[in-house]
Design a protein around this ligand. Sequence first.
Ligand SMILES: CC(C)(COP(=O)(O)OP(=O)(O)OC[C@H]1O[C@@H](n2cnc3c(N)ncnc32)[C@H](O)[C@@H]1OP(=O)(O)O)[C@@H](O)C(=O)NCCC(=O)NCCS
Length: 442
Amino acid sequence: MTLEVRPVEELSEFTDGVLAIGQYFGMVANEERMQRFADQLPFERMHGAWSDGTVVGGAGAFEFNLTVPGGDLRTAGATVVGVLPTHRRRGVLRALMRAQLDDAHERGEPLAALWASEETIYGRFGYGLASFCGEVSVPHEHNSFAQPFEPQGTLRLIESDEALEAIPPVFERIRLDWPGMFSRSRLWWENREIADPEERRDGAGPKRWVALERDGSLEGYAVYRHKPGFEAGTTNAELRVLEALGTTPEALRDLWAYLLAIDWIATVKSSLLPPDHALFMLLATPRRARYRMGDGLWVRLLDVGAALSGRSYQGDDPIVFDVSDDFCPWNEGRWKLEGGRAERSKEEPDLRLPVQSLGSAFLGGVSFAALRRAGRLAELKEGAIARATRSSAGTAIPGAPRSSEVPIRVRPATQAMMTLIGFRFDPWRRGRRRQSRHRRRM
Ligand SMILES: CC(C)(COP(=O)(O)OP(=O)(O)OC[C@H]1O[C@@H](n2cnc3c(N)ncnc32)[C@H](O)[C@@H]1OP(=O)(O)O)[C@@H](O)C(=O)NCCC(=O)NCCS
């Protein structure tokens, strides 16, 4: 099979590239929707793979800034990755990943990141599991909080046009404090957060935006949908919380108290919550909430030196890493991290690890000690893990503190798009993940 991989050059090629994954979800290409998507994903960031003149695979990369401890870094957000079933397991994905990661590296993006549809796919391309998150489901009768409190703010339902103006600045403040969150452009807000087409509702009602204000300023917000239902004379309705964010702990608490108390709801559901989310400490009976945790964000260091130098550290213990990286060999070798900067080094290494493990530890969500326990790194000098931990400790557990949804009918594109930033499959409709028969390489 001959294979040509290059960026798409026009909307028809872009559409074919997206359809490579879209067809798995019954996607029907629609020019207007594709154009809207292309507005967010420029042609030059969408690679296609051609075999005998036909597009048989595609892979896109959004341009984001990812929050890291102490700042944020340019990041290639992998999305719409797919290969036609007629051409699977012949190296098309590998060729696409090669082109995509080389391109991002040439653009000077120190990181790549994604949400994976299957955990087994991306480790071989150097991605490390950097955060955990999951879906929560809280029955209405178990919505009490562990401690009494006086609500501090005022809640007000707002329309989407007001939300579009008022919410993004609050989101930006919050996301910069939370490693693992991504920047959202104005277009992203318009097309992805505010837009609410029928096909994305998955049987539920429209988005409801609620603003939490205190002393005249916006301190948090939530966006949710009602999924009404009635069975055996009583409600079995769901409240689907898509996102609930507060600038202060009190704001977050008040928002969740509001959401959990809404009448006529049997269950409040949300997803992509990290295991240290405040909700679990707020609830009086957290064991009554069902929580299914899984992998969250996957991070790939494209430029080890720039990435390690681009975040902050709590301590200043020098540490020398010996990094292996089959897929991006320019990263291989010894890197000394000292004074917040990483440079090439000839010194004896303290830790030996694959680039995947560095990606796992990068946001602070997976400790070096945990990686060691899982056999994902070697401690070459006594005390090296403790020193590395002192340096990088103290960061928040990364995660996307939001929920997400995937439309039934738009599943094709969106589910692929979800590969990044908070758009995921609807966890309640997905059922069990297929157990992969493939061996994982990392
Ligand atoms: C997953 C998918 C992109 C793989 O494409 P492909 O062209 O068959 O992959 P390749 O032939 O390039 O395989 C590269 C390697 O990944 C492995 N691999 C491929 N798909 C895999 C999977 N689903 N699980 C585990 N390993 C997988 C291959 O075995 C191969 O391993 P090797 O390096 O040991 O040889 C393709 O099957 C697909 O489009 N699936 C449905 C959509 C999807 O899940 N997309 C990913 C969105 S996050």
